[in-house]
Design a protein around this ligand. Structure first.
Ligand SMILES: [Zn+2]
Length: 310
């Protein structure tokens, strides 16, 4: 295709699509999928993963993941529109956790053992949910669609995004694992954004965001052990293959803490009487706005301090 026509079509296409603004960081991105399409693909992918993997029936593991997940879901509120939250534990030694559009969250028992306390698990789950709310997968899909050719993109935008090719692209971009068996590593920028969002969601949910530092320090140790063992541990460390665990991540997390620890201090009192008193999270769209107010500026964390209930 002639470059001029291609450029014109690209411009026309971009003009037709809306930019997405991240509700936590304010970053704007180009996304060619609607959130409804993302949710549909997320549900399909989650359904496939549930069939493929062994779902854990361990009551303690399930109670823990659900308890933390519901608090984070409430902290997310309407920042994930139309979420139908599901929290599933997979019985596998893999160090892995993921979240898919629509509020589908999977945690592997291997990771549950590594994340010793609820705050550590909350920051990891918040991080994965952060990727979804940032729409990183849809952004990656959009980039791939643009690269794959404008004719295909135009078709992909017009048609439903649920054909096989797009499902594979989705799984690749989101790390759904079900159909392609491999995933793209996240970019450093996406990781940094998801770390920040995960810390904010954990803090809003009354979990100490400093737990992200101790968790990722353990992941660094896991990585080093894996490298010493000649990569033997790679099969049990899916999270490490997509999430670089290194000193840069640790130092970035430390630098982030002055912004998010006050948010935690402001919210922790709501959960002081223990997790058992926490009511189930309402669907995101119905969550009380007062409880989910987002401090867009780190300087105003107290704005998130609305009492959840009288
Ligand atoms: Zn990540």
């Amino acid at each position: 295709m002639h470059r001029v026509i291609q450029s014109f079509l690209a411009f026309a296409l971009l003009a037709l699509t809306a930019c997405y603004t991240n509700p936590v960081t304010g970053r704007r991105s180009l996304v060619l999928l609607s959130q409804g399409e993302e949710v549909t693909l997320g549900q399909q992918s989650f359904s496939d993963i549930r069939k493929k993997e062994k779902v854990s029936t361990d009551p303690a593991y399930n109670a823990r993941v659900t308890r933390i997940g519901q608090r984070i879901a409430q902290a997310v509120g309407n920042e994930l529109p139309d979420a139908k939250w599901e929290f599933v534990v997979f019985d596998s030694p893999e160090l892995n956790a993921f979240a898919l559009p629509g509020g589908k969250v999977g945690v592997y028992t291997g990771l549950l053992k590594l994340a010793e306390n609820d705050a550590e698990l909350a920051t990891v789950m918040g991080h994965e949910i952060g990727h979804v709310i940032a729409r990183h997968g849809a952004e990656r899909m959009s980039e791939a669609l643009l690269i794959s050719g404008l004719g295909e993109v135009a078709g992909a935008v017009v048609e439903a995004k649920t054909d096989t090719g797009n499902r594979q692209l989705f799984d690749l971009a989101y790390g759904g694992l079900a159909t392609v068996g491999r995933v793209l590593p996240h970019s450093r920028n996406n990781e940094s954004e998801a770390d920040r969002m995960g810390a904010v969601y954990a803090a809003r949910a009354g979990y100490d965001p400093r737990a992200a530092i101790t968790f990722w320090q353990k992941m660094v140790s896991q990585k080093q052990a894996s490298e010493k063992g000649g990569g033997k541990a790679s099969s049990v460390s899916a999270l490490l293959s997509t999430h670089p665990a290194d000193e840069k991540r640790i130092s970035d997390l430390k630098a982030l803490m002055p912004q998010v620890v006050p948010l935690y201090e402001a919210n922790r009192a709501r959960f002081r009487d223990g997790p058992s008193s926490t009511p189930p999270a309402t669907p995101a769209s119905k969550a009380a706005p007062a409880a989910t107010a987002v401090p867009t500026s780190p300087a105003t964390p107290a704005k998130a301090l609305a009492p959840r209930r009288p």
